[in-house]
Design a protein around this ligand. Sequence first.
Ligand SMILES: [Zn+2]
Length: 70
Amino acid sequence: MNSCGMCKEQAKKTHRGNAHEYLAAMDEPRVFRGQQGRGYREQDYRCEVCRAKFTWSSNRNDLAWTLWEG
Ligand SMILES: [Zn+2]
């Protein structure tokens, strides 16, 4: 994996952590409707430095920031 230092740090962030300054949002957020307020959102990002792709999720059962290799 050749992700840049900022992306390595990004993968450790929590749900409250913001995208680093070279992460650009891709497409529109995906909204998942859940029962009793359990809906959540996902947003894809791509790093403009190393081209790493992240998915941010507000689902507390998932990692906040998932780094996709390749
Ligand atoms: Zn990066």
